[in-house]
Design a protein around this ligand. Structure first.
Ligand code: DX5
Ligand code: ZN
Length: 220
């Protein structure tokens, strides 16, 4: 079996049953819960903020992974950290002075992560790799669940994985967007070790546990 950690994204969850869906994800082997914060500026949609982060924190002991698709993410680091975030991801494209943003994030007891959009060359973040815990490769355009995996993302993961090794680092690689049983193995073989999956886990057509099992079995 090819090892990876699986972080279901609650963007596709049924919010009328959030407690049950998170409980099912936890019971059936999820390794973390991914929360997509969208501000209506960096991406067109608006999703969640602090009250939902607090609610999810109260429902699970799993690592709580906050993906900030927002401009000025630093304005919310304090409240998200207090609400229970274990990791906070900011977008390279939303941070004109990324190094400063990461210094700000370093004030909080959370993992520091940077996300890179599909059109951003991965080389752009090579200079800050040693300052972060994790890089998130977006394998779809950020802003919505249920999109198709962009195959070129695999090459990006491979290039990043090679660079991390050549810098002697142990930075994690997370991939987000279009991850399902058909794309899992390729993403993991390319070097990703944390996979985010929304619609492949939270879906009206099958249970949360079946969704997680299908992902796990696809890489065995
Ligand atoms: C998209 C979000 C993802 C989303 C992925 O902008 O960052 O986390 O939930 O959804 P799927 O897995 O359905 O592509
Ligand atoms: Zn996400």
């Amino acid at each position: 079996m090819t090892e990876f950690r699986l972080y279901p994204s609650i963007l596709s969850a049924d919010f009328s049953q959030l407690e049950k869906q998170i409980h099912d994800a936890e019971t059936c082997g999820a390794d973390g819960i991914h929360v997509d914060v969208m501000d209506g500026h960096f991406v067109p949609s608006i999703t969640f903020g602090t009250p939902i982060i607090k609610a999810v924190r109260s429902l699970s002991y799993l690592p709580l992974d906050i993906h900030m698709m927002t401009m000025h993410p630093e304005n919310h680091f304090f409240e998200f950290a207090i609400a229970g975030a274990d990791s906070i991801t900011v977008h390279y494209e939303a941070c004109p002075t990324l190094a400063d943003t990461l210094v700000e994030l370093d004030k909080f007891d959370v993992m520091k992560c940077v996300a890179v959009n599909p059109s951003t060359p991965i080389e752009k973040i090579f200079g800050i790799l040693h300052t972060v815990d994790r890089i998130l490769i977006m394998s779809v355009e950020p802003g919505a669940g249920g999109q198709i995996f962009i195959p070129e993302s695999l090459k990006k993961i491979q290039t990043l994985s090679k660079e991390i090794k050549s810098q002697g680092l142990s930075t994690s690689i997370q991939v987000d967007g279009g991850i399902n049983p058909d794309t899992t193995l390729a993403a993991v073989r390319s070097g990703a070790n944390i996979l985010v999956a929304g619609s492949a886990v939270f879906n009206d057509n099958f249970s949360v546990c079946d969704g997680i099992s299908k992902m796990r079995n696809s890489s065995s």
